[in-house]
Design a protein around this ligand. Structure first.
Ligand SMILES: Cc1cc2nc3c(=O)[nH]c(=O)nc-3n(C[C@H](O)[C@H](O)[C@H](O)COP(=O)(O)O)c2cc1C
Length: 342
């Protein structure tokens, strides 16, 4: 094992930014997970109001969408969203070259490769979790990205096994191969993926095995290892950070975006969260600013959970429903918030 780690250290030593990169990698990191249908640039812009520092991931974007889609729609984001990591889905490096040229026009903080999605589409398209069985293919994707983005973190998101049982040996070999090719950071959903289950069940049924992720960090002390899966509180995060370099959170943030303000205090203990009215005013400014580019319903659809589970939340939901169907009326939103807070 010692030899293995030395190998990775050598790769590290020859990185273009040398020790600076190494130091940055050792910082603890909290991030919002990539979530298709959720973490588009509008949700990210709203999330950024509640946390100036947290790392935000895009939804998974397939390499063909990057090649054939409108680059501004597929890849565009607002500078305020930074730091933002782009997550791509690709079965190999074959089609990567034209995609890379498009990605170069956008200044993403990190590029992440999806090696964790268990959906039928991913299995058919040979991307996502099936790549856990193809470490060499992943290494080729990583090295192509690293050649084109030498100063950008290249990361990989995967799970702790494929099938019922976690497989430390498989994951270790996978990580080692990808790290030798230039991947510096690994995000591990602390569950296996069971291919017979649908994606939703695959986020629930395979048990969480955090000790496996801790173990992987022990094996790779020089790589940045980020734990993901089922994390719901600052206390849990603090505990995980005793063992790993970062924690990624998905559903707990989308379901309760105000959780972001608690996470921000981990970066910045003096952070003063916006009041609900301040949040809403900034959200409204964003909607108005974007009105030339996008129908406001595309932004409003992410606002349901911002005032959920409190008195008046039913009225908030109703207001959002009606605002979606009419011309944008910011007063309706403000009046409803007044009602909720009264
Ligand atoms: C609606 C939804 C969409 C998701 N889409 C992606 C995706 O595009 N890429 C990805 O790597 N994981 C995706 N995931 C998985 C999450 O990134 C994360 O690994 C998983 O939800 C476990 O973290 P959590 O328990 O904090 O939610 C998705 C999860 C959800 C709920």
């Amino acid at each position: 094992m010692g030899e293995r780690l030395n190998g990775i250290q050598e790769v590290r030593g020859s990185s273009p930014l040398g020790s600076t990169i190494y130091q940055l990698k050792m910082q603890k990191e909290i991030s919002v997970a990539p979530m298709v249908g959720k973490t588009d640039r509008h949700f990210r812009s709203l999330a950024r109001i509640l946390s100036p520092s947290i790392l935000l991931y895009t939804e998974m974007i397939h390499v063909n969408s990057i090649i054939y889609g409108n680059p501004d729609t597929i890849l565009g984001f607002n500078e305020e969203e930074l730091p933002v990591a782009l997550q791509i889905a690709t079965p190999s490096r074959k089609n990567l070259a034209p995609a890379v040229e498009k990605i170069k026009n956008f200044k993403y903080s990190e590029i992440n490769i999806n090696c964790g999605c268990p959906s039928k589409a991913a299995q058919k398209g040979e991307y996502g979790i099936v790549l856990l069985n193809k470490p060499k293919t992943v290494a080729e994707i990583v090295s192509t990205l690293k050649e084109n983005f030498p100063y950008t973190t290249i990361s990989v998101k995967t799970r702790i096994g494929l099938g019922e049982k976690a497989s430390l040996a498989k994951v270790v070999n996978f990580i080692e191969t990808a790290a030798r090719a230039g991947a510096e950071k690994f995000i591990l959903h602390s569950r296996t993926a069971i291919l017979g289950l649908n994606t939703k069940k695959n986020r629930k049924i395979p048990p969480l095995q955090y000790h496996m992720v801790y173990k992987i960090k022990e094996i790779f002390p020089n790589l940045k290892i980020v734990l993901n899966g089922g994390v719901k509180s600052v206390e849990e995060i603090r505990n995980h950070l005793l063992h790993v370099d970062g924690v990624m959170i998905g559903r707990a943030i989308y379901q309760n975006p105000w959780f972001l303000t608690e996470l921000e205090t981990l970066y910045n203990p003096n952070f003063v969260p916006p009041t609900p009215h301040q949040f809403l005013n900034r959200a409204i400014s964003y909607i108005e600013r974007e009105s030339g580019n996008v129908h406001h319903s595309k932004i409003v659809k992410h606002m349901y959970n911002f005032f959920k589970n409190r008195r008046g939340s039913k009225k908030w939901r109703k207001t959002l429903n009606s605002v979606t169907k009419t011309d944008f009326d910011s007063h309706l939103l403000q009046d409803t918030l007044d009602y909720i807070l009264s």
